[in-house]
Design a protein around this ligand. Structure first.
Ligand SMILES: Nc1ncnc2c1ncn2[C@@H]1O[C@H](COP(=O)(O)OP(=O)(O)OP(=O)(O)O)[C@@H](O)[C@H]1O
Length: 454
């Protein structure tokens, strides 16, 4: 073997005892074959000039470092080394193969784990982004427009359309869940006097806490109390505003079956002039369903003792009906009782609105806007104060002097309010009846011969 010219070219000088002296820069190598019977035979031994490529060949022993090539069925072993006659035998790292297998398994496992982490991260990222995507690019131009007890409302843009985004913190999650579930009831969004809901979503704040969003139409005049505090209204607008709210409430209170769609009767439970929103054309919608409750269907209100408080004592103290303040809500007929509570607040809402009606104060200045009971109890009445005034003393907002006149329209208007806020809950109008009354009042004005104060 070593005598061949090519061997010399491999970088060695052949000696008489058939060994080869490898010239400077080359090393010894050996190649063995494993026969089918398991016996190992040398195939070739000599000088290896390719030092510095894959094989470094610096070791004293001819150790097989690379795994046997699978191309030759793993039958060949190659090694190189740098001491005299070191390639006579070879040594094989005992665990090369099993290590190799373990490494492969570990790498595969790591790859799967990393892939899983990436997929989960992408999924969560997608969900978070969907919050903003459904809510679209609402984040672009947020502007704070109001704060309530349960959420903060911003104005944003969604596909170049102005929207309102109500943001709930995790502490108010239940309020968000409730509001979303009411807005999602069948048929609700088809009604002209219910605020138009666009979408709802959850996302994480920068510090990882969850927060919840409800996106709805933006109502340029904001809530009714804000509008009335800066504007007076004429009779027909006033009737239209109140008629719209009443129509919305009557619809909410009604159980409906249309085709395969079922809408349960729902009590609003927080009817206030801050929860009515005003459109650009001054028509009104009912909003803020965070405290609302289904009264019929598969999950109607059905109080057990522990729930009694939760069912009765909710809402805004100023607008609480006497039976709520006095703890005497009739829970035996929960459906009727909660509707009556809504109608009581509706009466107060009429009083606040018609007090700003210019035609009801002919020849005199329209009084400043006031919330119900503001004159008596100021801006932040307590539960106890309201209890004494409304439940015990049976006090109701006073009608202005200008309404003393006994015109048919004024009488009917005052009667409507009184019939809504009657101390006896069962004697109150239903929202449907109140809607009819408002309709009649509006018609009187369209019949020009009959002015409200005439
Ligand atoms: N869709 C909307 N368009 C325009 N303004 C809105 C909209 N929704 C709410 N607002 C404004 O944001 C304010 C805060 O609303 P939010 O519903 O959070 O609380 P609130 O109704 O005022 O009080 P609470 O939640 O205690 O009843 C409202 O008073 C209203 O002026």
């Amino acid at each position: 073997e070593p005598q061949s010219r090519s061997t010399k070219e491999l970088g060695g000088v052949v000696r008489e005892n058939d060994t080869v002296r490898c010239s400077h820069g080359s090393r010894c190598f050996g190649l063995w074959e494993k026969r089918p019977g398991g016996e190992i035979q040398p195939v070739k031994q000599g000088c290896w000039p390719h030092v510095g490529s894959q094989q470094e060949c610096h070791s004293d022993r001819c150790q097989i470092t690379a795994p046997p090539s699978q191309i030759q069925n793993g039958n060949y072993r190659f090694c190189c080394c740098s001491r005299d006659l070191c390639n006579t035998y070879f040594t094989e790292a005992p665990h090369t193969q099993s290590l190799q297998r373990e490494e492969t398994a570990l790498i595969a496992l790591l790859t799967v784990a990393i892939a899983a982490v990436v997929i989960i991260a992408l999924f969560l990222g997608h969900r978070m982004m969907r919050g903003l995507a459904d809510v679209g690019s609402v984040s672009v131009c947020w502007q704070l427009i109001g704060r309530g007890r349960y959420g903060t409302v911003f104005r944003g843009c969604l596909h170049e359309r102005c929207v309102a985004v109500k943001l709930f913190s995790s502490a108010n999650r239940q309020n968000y869940v409730n509001e979303r579930s009411i807005y999602s009831l069948p048929l609700l969004q088809q009604h002209d006097n219910i605020a138009h809901f666009l979408s709802a979503d959850e996302r994480k704040t920068a510090d990882g806490r969850p927060e919840f969003l409800i996106v709805m139409d933006f109502y340029p005049h904001g809530c009714l109390s804000r509008y009335l505090s800066v504007h007076t209204v004429d009779w027909s607008t006033c009737c239209r505003m109140n008629h719209g709210v009443t129509r919305g409430l009557a619809f909410l209170h009604t159980e409906l079956n249309r085709g395969d769609q079922y809408k349960p009767a729902v009590a609003h439970r927080d009817v206030t002039s801050r929860n009515i929103l005003v459109r650009a054309d001054l028509s009104c919608v009912l909003a803020d369903f965070g405290l609302s409750m289904r009264l019929t269907g598969s999950r109607p209100c059905c109080p057990v003792d522990n729930d009694t408080m939760a069912i009765s004592e909710v809402g805004t103290v100023r607008y609480m009906a006497p039976e709520v303040l006095g703890g005497a809500l009739n829970l035996r007929d929960c459906e009727a009782a909660l509707k009556q509570v809504d109608v009581y607040a509706l009466g107060l809402l009429y009083w606040e609105t018609f007090r700003r009606c210019s035609e009801l104060f002919p020849g005199e200045a329209v009084p400043e806007y006031q919330l119900a009971f503001q004159a008596e109890l100021g801006n932040h009445p307590s539960f106890e104060e309201m209890q004494i005034l409304v439940a015990r003393e049976k006090f109701r907002p006073r009608f202005p002097e200008a309404w003393k006149e006994n015109s048919l329209v004024l009488r009917s208007l005052k009667e409507t309010m009184e019939d809504c806020w009657d101390q006896d809950a069962e004697a109150r109008l239903t929202a449907q009846c109140a809607e009819e009354r408002l309709c009649e009042l509006a018609l009187w004005w369209s019949n020009k011969s009959c002015r409200p104060t005439a």
